[in-house]
Design a protein around this ligand. Structure first.
Ligand SMILES: C[S@@+](CC[C@H](N)C(=O)[O-])C[C@H]1O[C@@H](n2cnc3c(N)ncnc32)[C@H](O)[C@@H]1O
Length: 264
């Protein structure tokens, strides 16, 4: 699967099929990051849901030379009752899951079964093995991660607490990705701004709904330079953004021009 901007429409269809809750433009931003980082071995997803994101990240990582990444997926699995509670997930299930998959999902009892369900579905839909451990709660996570994808939380304090729990789990040169940095989760955005003011997160790249951060200024600038030096970095679509002087003189970030990606 080509995860570059050249393949936006097919990536969109693939994201819908796997049931990842992200715009395809953000998947392309992840692909650019993955192909700019020398080594990625561990990936933590906070909010693994039905595993669509895990499957897509796994494919994009393999394509960019990071095979056999170990994933940890955290999810309290409350969505499993969605077909009976009428939650919004019900409509999403209809979009991406077969009747058999919904039935099997409804019978899942605990993280070990969720892990098997996600692994089997990923292998069937992507043809790749997914090396994943599922946990129910962020407090159970141990280890050090190259990438953390933060994809749950409504309130400011809840999100700030997740950031403060997760940052010590991020390697010094790791990247912290926050999803729904938009009106999709406005208070998560707010929490992230507070975390930046507290010196916990330093922006690297602004995607469509995902924003990419490092945990210190030096690493943020290092990865910005690696991305800009990457031959896959189409400068019409990924533009250096000067003037981020809040973080100090000459601090630079990258803005993805996702509108131009759609036009092209
Ligand atoms: C938006 S979905 C994640 C989508 C997924 N990352 C993807 O790209 O397809 C958020 C998930 O987080 C889970 N969740 C919400 N709050 C949580 C919490 N405090 N702890 C663990 N899981 C949580 C929900 O059950 C839901 O499956």
């Amino acid at each position: 699967m080509d995860y570059s901007w050249r393949n936006l429409n097919n990536i969109y269809q693939h994201v819908l099929k796997l049931g990842m809750l992200s715009p395809p433009e953000d998947v392309i931003a992840c692909w650019l990051l993955f192909s700019s980082k020398p080594k990625i071995e561990t990936f933590l997803e906070l909010g693994s849901y039905i595993g669509g994101g895990l499957g897509i990240f796994n494919e994009a990582l393999c394509e960019t030379g990071h095979s056999n990444v170990h994933f940890t997926g955290v999810d309290h699995l409350d969505f499993i009752g969605a077909t009976t509670t009428g939650a919004w997930y019900t409509d999403h299930f209809k979009k991406c899951l077969t009747d058999e998959e919904v039935l099997a999902l409804s019978k899942i009892n605990g993280v070990n079964e969720a892990e098997d369900w996600i692994r089997e579905r990923t292998a069937r839909l992507t043809g790749l093995d997914l090396n994943v451990t599922c946990l129910k709660n962020e407090q159970e996570v141990t280890g050090q991660f190259d990438i953390i994808h933060h994809d749950y939380g409504d309130g400011v304090n809840e999100n700030l607490s997740t950031i403060k729990t997760a940052i010590p789990l991020l390697k010094d040169d790791g990247i912290y990705i926050v999803d729904d940095w938009c009106t999709g989760a406005p208070l998560r955005t707010w929490a992230t701004v507070i975390a930046q003011q507290e010196g916990l997160l330093f922006p690297v790249m602004w995607g469509k709904n995902k924003v990419f951060f490092a945990k210190n200024k030096q690493q943020a600038q290092h990865i910005v330079n690696l991305i800009l030096a990457n031959p896959n970095c189409n400068r019409k679509l990924f533009r250096p953004m000067p003037g981020s002087d809040f973080f100090g003189d000459y601090y630079k970030t990258i803005r993805m021009h996702w509108q131009a990606m759609q036009w092209s």
